[in-house]
Design a protein around this ligand. Structure first.
Ligand SMILES: Nc1nc2c(c(=O)[nH]1)N[C@H]1C(S)=C(S)[C@@H](COP(=O)(O)O)O[C@H]1N2
Ligand SMILES: [Mo]
Length: 202
């Protein structure tokens, strides 16, 4: 019994649905804790740690960067996937042109309003298909989906796609984020079902 919100993938879509996932038509909201209210006028993104110079980006600076449309599949570790989500935003490599990374940097810890964190290896973060999204299906990104702006990392489980981002901390060694400290896998690649840390949940 999958219920009315979930369905088995169609044949032509099944090669896009990772093992153990079901498709959903809706777009569930998955948030630990309350939804922070963040106005674009006060929103800032702080980039610090292993960078040549710490930077604080405001809304207008990020909106002045090249804007792109993205269509990406979204896979939550709680086993729902949504295909062809349409976003608008700024490519991670484009925003990262604004800072010079220290060659020692190997990891990034993403910080959010409300205190959520998640960690990524730089090679997973700096990919061409990753982006900071501020529109969803042609509308301003709703607060419950991470508005005014969130990270989207399509090739990993969606807990890496941090909502309400406000900081990128560059590190030379791995520091685990919120769910990663609480038993989720350090990387979270859906095709190899990197769901939970062995022994805790699996
Ligand atoms: N700041 C923050 N980002 C977050 C979360 C959260 O609780 N707080 N949940 C994560 C999880 S587990 C998932 S599946 C996706 C869900 O995004 P959605 O609520 O837009 O569907 O956001 C991720 N980003
Ligand atoms: Mo999730």
């Amino acid at each position: 019994m999958l219920g009315k919100f979930f369905r088995k993938p169609d044949a032509n879509q099944s090669d896009r649905v990772p093992p153990g996932q079901h498709l959903t038509n809706g777009f569930p909201v998955l948030t630990y804790g309350p939804t922070p209210e963040v106005a674009t006028a006060t929103w800032t993104l702080r980039l610090w740690g292993l960078v040549a110079q710490e930077a604080h980006l405001g809304w207008d600076e990020v909106m002045a960067l090249p804007q792109s449309d993205f269509t990406a599949d979204f896979h939550c570790v709680t086993r729902w996937s949504k295909l062809d989500v349409q976003w608008t935003g700024v490519k991670v490599p484009d925003l990262m042109k604004l800072v010079e990374l220290d060659p020692q940097a190997q990891q990034v810890l993403i910080h959010c309003y409300g205190g959520y964190t998640t960690n990524l290896a730089l090679e997973d973060f700096l990919r061409e298909e990753n982006f900071f999204a501020h529109r969803l299906f042609g509308e301003p990104l709703p607060a419950d989906h991470g508005g005014p702006i969130r990270l989207v990392v399509p090739h990993l489980y969606a807990w890496k796609s941090a909502k309400w981002i406000n900081g990128l901390e560059f590190l030379n060694q791995e520091e685990l984020g919120f769910w990663e400290r609480n038993g989720y896998h350090r990387r979270g690649e859906p095709w190899s079902e990197e769901r939970y840390t062995d022994g805790l949940f699996s």
